[in-house]
Design a protein around this ligand. Structure first.
Ligand SMILES: [Zn+2]
Length: 328
């Protein structure tokens, strides 16, 4: 039976239960925090306690698993996540990969096939180690791969990262979540690149597809076998909740409930919005938090004609299939 690696070790894919497929615990720039925040607006103990309480509230809604695609570029730091996971009865699944929109980090610019230091692709080496052996010395293994194809498209750096992710997928079997720009419809570029690399598209989530209400675009992606990440509930500035609901209901009515997963792309703390971010977020994005789906979105989907079985597919069956290859 398939097992899935989590921060607290492997669990059976059948035991993942209701799963939000794209939530961050933290989204940070480590250098920003260390140089401009530590002792000022960043207090490690306060932030860990806050995360524990927010994730417990989510667990109390019946969500059993979150997939946290926080990688290098978003401040991945597994020891902190381990501290939190020890205090919350929630599976937290973590990722390997890179979060950049255009440029390759310098740390990979000079090493690789045909480069100054002519070695095998170091990103594949690093991502594979995260999956096969564990991240750093934490003992925690990544269970998925993450990269971005944003509005800038397949720049030289993005192309190299996406191919390294694809080849790591082929070597390890780990599924992929790719950040995309729905206004630029960059999901197409991602799918085409992955297909050219022999990726099993049933193992790909097109993250942020839910920012689009273009049914033709969404069905085109889903028809490749990929799964649509309807994963930014509460980020109304990208697409208001009623429109997201209407789009999911329309897709479900057309038979696509087996190609949809749900999430908020939320976090306990993000260092993008200044020190007083709670107030800023409450004013601008009041629904961008972990329990909006449980409290508001699921009832609205039911009212829109989405059945209980279809909701179960989106929350339970599709995540299980993504991580296990097991048909629902
Ligand atoms: Zn995200």
């Amino acid at each position: 039976m398939a097992t899935v690696e989590t921060v607290r070790g492997p669990v059976q894919a059948d035991d993942l239960g209701p799963t939000l497929m794209h939530e961050h615990v933290f989204a940070l720039s480590t250098e920003h925090v260390q140089n401009h925040g530590d002792g000022l607006w960043w207090d490690e103990e306060v932030r860990v306690a806050d995360a524990v309480s927010k994730l417990r509230a989510l667990r109390d809604k019946g969500i059993k698993t979150i997939v946290d695609p926080t990688v290098w570029g978003l401040g991945r730091y597994i020891p902190r996540i381990q501290r939190i996971a020890q205090q919350v009865d929630l599976n937290i699944v973590v990722a390997a990969g890179l979060y950049v929109y255009e440029e390759l980090p310098q740390q990979y610019a000079y090493r690789g096939p045909g480069l100054l230091f002519d070695v095998p692709e170091p990103m594949i080496t690093d991502f594979t180690r995260d999956i096969a052996e564990g991240i750093g010395t934490s003992g925690v293994k990544a269970a998925l791969l993450k990269c971005c194809v944003d509005a800038a498209g397949l720049t030289a750096g993005i192309d190299r990262i996406a191919r390294a992710v694809a080849r790591t997928h082929r070597g390890t079997g780990a599924p992929i979540t790719v950040h995309t720009s729905s206004p630029a419809q960059s999901g197409r570029l991602a799918v085409d690149l992955f297909r050219s690399e022999g990726v099993d598209l049933a193992k790909v989530v097109i993250a942020h597809a839910g920012d689009s209400n273009d049914l033709d675009y969404l069905m085109e992606l889903a028809d490749t076998g990929a799964t649509l990440g309807m994963d930014r509930f509460g980020l109304d500035l990208f697409n208001p909740t009623p429109d997201r609901i209407r789009t999911i209901a329309a897709l479900a009515a057309r038979g696509y409930a087996d190609r949809i997963v749900l999430a908020h792309d939320a976090n306990c703390f993000i260092d993008y919005f200044g020190a007083d971010q709670d107030a800023a977020r409450a004013a601008i994005m009041p629904n961008w938090h972990y329990t909006h789906i449980s409290d508001d979105v699921l009832p609205a989907l039911r009212e829109s004609g989405v059945t209980e079985a279809q909701i179960e597919q989106m929350l339970v069956d599709n995540p299980r299939r993504y991580f296990s290859g097991k048909a629902s």
